[in-house]
Design a protein around this ligand. Sequence first.
Ligand code: GTP
Ligand code: MG
Length: 218
Amino acid sequence: MAGGEGPVAGAAECREHLFKVLVIGELGVGKTSIIKRYVHQLFSQHYRATIGVDFALKVINWDSKTLVRLQLWDIAGQERFGNMTRVYYKEAVGAFVVFDVTRGSTFEAVSKWKHDLDSKVLLPNGSPIPAVLLANKCDQKKDGSQNPSQMDQFCREGGFVGWFETSAKDNINIDEAARFLVENILANYKTFPNEENDVGKPKLDLDPLKAESKSQCC
Ligand code: GTP
Ligand code: MG
Protein backbone atom coordinates (compact mmCIF):
# COMPACT_ATOMS: atom_id res chain seq x y z
CA MET A 1 0.00 0.00 0.00
CA ALA A 2 1.49 3.36 -0.96
CA GLY A 3 1.42 6.07 1.63
CA GLY A 4 2.53 9.63 2.12
CA GLU A 5 4.87 11.08 4.67
CA GLY A 6 3.63 13.81 6.99
CA PRO A 7 3.66 14.04 10.75
CA VAL A 8 2.44 11.01 12.63
CA ALA A 9 0.97 11.11 16.13
CA GLY A 10 3.33 9.47 18.60
CA ALA A 11 6.12 9.71 16.05
CA ALA A 12 8.69 8.94 18.72
CA GLU A 13 7.55 5.33 18.59
CA CYS A 14 7.56 5.16 14.80
CA ARG A 15 10.28 3.40 12.93
CA GLU A 16 11.25 4.38 9.44
CA HIS A 17 13.40 2.28 7.17
CA LEU A 18 14.88 2.98 3.79
CA PHE A 19 15.74 -0.26 2.06
CA LYS A 20 17.64 -0.53 -1.20
CA VAL A 21 16.20 -3.31 -3.36
CA LEU A 22 17.68 -4.45 -6.68
CA VAL A 23 15.62 -5.67 -9.61
CA ILE A 24 17.79 -7.74 -11.93
CA GLY A 25 17.39 -10.24 -14.77
CA GLU A 26 17.81 -10.59 -18.52
CA LEU A 27 16.88 -8.01 -21.10
CA GLY A 28 13.15 -7.50 -21.59
CA VAL A 29 11.92 -9.83 -18.84
CA GLY A 30 9.73 -7.08 -17.39
CA LYS A 31 11.78 -5.49 -14.58
CA THR A 32 10.75 -1.94 -15.42
CA SER A 33 7.14 -3.03 -15.99
CA ILE A 34 6.98 -4.72 -12.59
CA ILE A 35 8.29 -1.60 -10.88
CA LYS A 36 5.93 0.67 -12.84
CA ARG A 37 2.99 -1.52 -11.89
CA TYR A 38 4.03 -1.67 -8.25
CA VAL A 39 4.82 2.02 -7.81
CA HIS A 40 2.52 3.77 -10.30
CA GLN A 41 -0.18 1.15 -11.09
CA LEU A 42 0.66 1.53 -14.79
CA PHE A 43 1.49 -0.89 -17.60
CA SER A 44 2.58 -0.34 -21.18
CA GLN A 45 3.08 -2.88 -23.99
CA HIS A 46 5.68 -0.59 -25.45
CA TYR A 47 9.24 -1.78 -24.80
CA ARG A 48 11.91 0.76 -24.04
CA ALA A 49 15.13 -0.82 -22.80
CA THR A 50 16.50 0.64 -19.58
CA ILE A 51 19.91 2.21 -20.00
CA GLY A 52 22.16 1.92 -16.96
CA VAL A 53 19.84 2.14 -13.98
CA ASP A 54 16.49 3.73 -13.14
CA PHE A 55 15.17 4.42 -9.66
CA ALA A 56 11.75 4.37 -8.09
CA LEU A 57 10.59 4.88 -4.55
CA LYS A 58 7.69 3.02 -2.97
CA VAL A 59 6.47 4.08 0.45
CA ILE A 60 4.72 1.39 2.47
CA ASN A 61 2.78 1.92 5.68
CA TRP A 62 3.95 -1.42 6.95
CA ASP A 63 2.09 -1.29 10.26
CA SER A 64 0.95 1.38 12.71
CA LYS A 65 4.54 1.87 13.88
CA THR A 66 6.60 1.15 10.82
CA LEU A 67 7.11 3.07 7.61
CA VAL A 68 9.16 1.37 4.92
CA ARG A 69 10.62 3.18 1.94
CA LEU A 70 11.70 0.84 -0.79
CA GLN A 71 14.31 2.31 -3.04
CA LEU A 72 13.96 0.16 -6.16
CA TRP A 73 17.00 -0.04 -8.41
CA ASP A 74 15.90 -1.03 -11.89
CA ILE A 75 19.07 -2.37 -13.48
CA ALA A 76 19.22 -2.71 -17.25
CA GLY A 77 19.37 -6.33 -18.46
CA GLN A 78 22.12 -5.34 -20.82
CA GLU A 79 24.27 -4.23 -17.89
CA ARG A 80 25.12 -7.79 -17.06
CA PHE A 81 28.68 -7.59 -18.27
CA GLY A 82 29.13 -3.95 -17.38
CA ASN A 83 31.67 -2.75 -14.88
CA MET A 84 29.23 -0.61 -12.94
CA THR A 85 27.25 -3.37 -11.33
CA ARG A 86 29.28 -3.55 -8.12
CA VAL A 87 28.43 0.10 -7.50
CA TYR A 88 24.79 -0.55 -8.31
CA TYR A 89 24.63 -3.44 -5.86
CA LYS A 90 26.36 -1.68 -2.97
CA GLU A 91 24.34 -1.58 0.27
CA ALA A 92 21.36 -3.40 -1.21
CA VAL A 93 19.39 -5.37 1.39
CA GLY A 94 17.10 -7.33 -0.94
CA ALA A 95 16.63 -8.28 -4.58
CA PHE A 96 14.16 -9.50 -7.14
CA VAL A 97 15.60 -11.73 -9.83
CA VAL A 98 13.18 -11.74 -12.76
CA PHE A 99 12.77 -14.10 -15.69
CA ASP A 100 10.24 -14.28 -18.49
CA VAL A 101 8.13 -17.47 -18.53
CA THR A 102 7.74 -17.17 -22.30
CA ARG A 103 11.53 -17.36 -22.87
CA GLY A 104 13.30 -20.35 -21.33
CA SER A 105 16.72 -18.78 -21.91
CA THR A 106 15.90 -16.08 -19.37
CA PHE A 107 15.25 -18.76 -16.72
CA GLU A 108 18.58 -20.38 -17.57
CA ALA A 109 20.28 -17.03 -16.88
CA VAL A 110 18.72 -16.73 -13.40
CA SER A 111 21.53 -18.62 -11.67
CA LYS A 112 24.15 -16.39 -13.27
CA TRP A 113 22.35 -13.31 -12.02
CA LYS A 114 22.10 -14.81 -8.54
CA HIS A 115 25.80 -15.69 -8.45
CA ASP A 116 26.66 -12.22 -9.68
CA LEU A 117 24.49 -10.74 -6.93
CA ASP A 118 26.03 -12.89 -4.16
CA SER A 119 29.54 -12.11 -5.36
CA LYS A 120 28.95 -8.37 -5.20
CA VAL A 121 26.85 -7.72 -2.11
CA LEU A 122 26.38 -9.42 1.27
CA LEU A 123 24.62 -8.59 4.50
CA PRO A 124 26.76 -7.24 7.37
CA ASN A 125 26.90 -10.77 8.83
CA GLY A 126 28.28 -12.13 5.55
CA SER A 127 25.15 -13.95 4.36
CA PRO A 128 23.55 -13.32 0.97
CA ILE A 129 20.86 -10.67 0.78
CA PRO A 130 17.32 -12.11 0.52
CA ALA A 131 16.40 -12.64 -3.12
CA VAL A 132 12.95 -13.47 -4.48
CA LEU A 133 12.58 -15.10 -7.89
CA LEU A 134 9.84 -13.68 -10.13
CA ALA A 135 8.44 -15.76 -13.00
CA ASN A 136 7.01 -12.85 -14.93
CA LYS A 137 4.53 -12.63 -17.83
CA CYS A 138 2.46 -15.46 -16.34
CA ASP A 139 -0.50 -14.08 -18.32
CA GLN A 140 1.15 -15.67 -21.38
CA LYS A 141 1.91 -19.19 -22.56
CA LYS A 142 4.91 -20.73 -20.79
CA ASP A 143 8.08 -21.86 -22.51
CA GLY A 144 9.35 -24.69 -20.33
CA SER A 145 7.82 -27.13 -17.93
CA GLN A 146 8.85 -26.24 -14.38
CA ASN A 147 6.09 -27.21 -12.02
CA PRO A 148 5.69 -25.59 -8.57
CA SER A 149 7.57 -28.30 -6.69
CA GLN A 150 10.49 -28.06 -9.14
CA MET A 151 10.50 -24.31 -8.67
CA ASP A 152 10.53 -24.78 -4.88
CA GLN A 153 13.51 -27.06 -5.21
CA PHE A 154 15.26 -24.67 -7.60
CA CYS A 155 14.82 -21.89 -5.04
CA ARG A 156 16.10 -23.98 -2.15
CA GLU A 157 19.17 -25.03 -4.10
CA GLY A 158 19.76 -21.60 -5.58
CA GLY A 159 19.42 -19.72 -2.30
CA PHE A 160 16.22 -17.83 -3.13
CA VAL A 161 13.91 -17.11 -0.21
CA GLY A 162 10.91 -17.76 -2.44
CA TRP A 163 9.33 -17.36 -5.86
CA PHE A 164 6.15 -15.94 -7.35
CA GLU A 165 4.47 -16.11 -10.72
CA THR A 166 3.82 -12.50 -11.64
CA SER A 167 2.23 -10.45 -14.36
CA ALA A 168 2.95 -6.77 -14.60
CA LYS A 169 0.29 -6.66 -17.30
CA ASP A 170 -2.52 -8.17 -15.25
CA ASN A 171 -1.18 -7.08 -11.85
CA ILE A 172 -0.73 -10.58 -10.49
CA ASN A 173 1.30 -11.25 -7.31
CA ILE A 174 3.45 -8.14 -7.46
CA ASP A 175 2.28 -6.66 -4.16
CA GLU A 176 2.48 -10.12 -2.60
CA ALA A 177 6.06 -10.65 -3.78
CA ALA A 178 7.12 -7.24 -2.51
CA ARG A 179 5.50 -7.85 0.86
CA PHE A 180 7.27 -11.20 1.12
CA LEU A 181 10.64 -9.63 0.32
CA VAL A 182 10.12 -6.83 2.87
CA GLU A 183 9.22 -9.42 5.53
CA ASN A 184 12.54 -11.12 4.85
CA ILE A 185 14.46 -7.85 4.90
CA LEU A 186 12.84 -6.82 8.19
CA ALA A 187 13.66 -10.20 9.71
CA ASN A 188 17.34 -9.58 8.90
CA TYR A 189 17.14 -6.02 10.10
CA LYS A 190 15.93 -7.15 13.52
CA THR A 191 19.06 -9.28 13.82
CA PHE A 192 21.40 -6.31 13.47
CA PRO A 193 19.32 -3.13 13.68
CA ASN A 194 22.26 -0.80 14.16
CA GLU A 195 24.30 -2.14 11.31
CA GLU A 196 24.80 -0.73 7.86
CA ASN A 197 21.81 -2.44 6.31
CA ASP A 198 19.43 0.47 6.77
CA VAL A 199 20.18 3.09 4.18
CA GLY A 200 17.76 5.40 5.95
CA LYS A 201 20.50 7.60 7.32
CA PRO A 202 20.65 8.54 4.29
CA LYS A 203 24.15 7.74 3.16
CA LEU A 204 23.34 7.36 -0.52
CA ASP A 205 23.99 10.66 -2.14
CA LEU A 206 21.32 10.31 -4.80
CA ASP A 207 19.29 13.44 -5.15
CA PRO A 208 16.99 11.91 -7.79
CA LEU A 209 15.65 9.58 -5.12
CA LYS A 210 14.00 12.46 -3.31
CA ALA A 211 11.34 12.48 -5.99
CA GLU A 212 8.73 9.76 -6.26
CA SER A 213 10.33 8.17 -9.32
CA LYS A 214 13.22 9.48 -11.35
CA SER A 215 15.66 8.20 -13.88
CA GLN A 216 19.38 8.49 -13.99
CA CYS A 217 21.77 7.13 -16.53
CA CYS A 218 25.22 5.92 -15.64
P1 GTP B 1 15.50 -4.05 -19.88
O1 GTP B 1 15.33 -2.70 -19.29
O2 GTP B 1 15.94 -4.00 -21.30
O3 GTP B 1 16.42 -4.94 -19.10
O4 GTP B 1 14.03 -4.77 -19.91
P2 GTP B 1 12.99 -4.94 -18.70
O5 GTP B 1 13.30 -6.18 -17.96
O6 GTP B 1 12.91 -3.70 -17.92
O7 GTP B 1 11.62 -5.19 -19.48
P3 GTP B 1 10.39 -4.20 -19.66
O8 GTP B 1 9.69 -3.96 -18.38
O9 GTP B 1 10.81 -3.03 -20.43
O10 GTP B 1 9.38 -5.13 -20.52
C1 GTP B 1 9.75 -5.69 -21.76
C2 GTP B 1 8.50 -5.98 -22.57
O11 GTP B 1 7.73 -6.99 -21.93
C3 GTP B 1 7.57 -4.76 -22.73
O12 GTP B 1 7.05 -4.76 -24.03
C4 GTP B 1 6.46 -5.01 -21.72
O13 GTP B 1 5.22 -4.47 -22.12
C5 GTP B 1 6.40 -6.54 -21.71
N1 GTP B 1 5.93 -7.07 -20.41
C6 GTP B 1 6.46 -6.81 -19.20
N2 GTP B 1 5.80 -7.47 -18.24
C7 GTP B 1 4.83 -8.17 -18.86
C8 GTP B 1 3.82 -9.06 -18.38
O14 GTP B 1 3.65 -9.35 -17.20
N3 GTP B 1 3.02 -9.62 -19.33
C9 GTP B 1 3.15 -9.35 -20.65
N4 GTP B 1 2.29 -9.95 -21.50
N5 GTP B 1 4.08 -8.52 -21.13
C10 GTP B 1 4.93 -7.93 -20.24
MG1 MG C 1 13.98 -1.97 -18.00
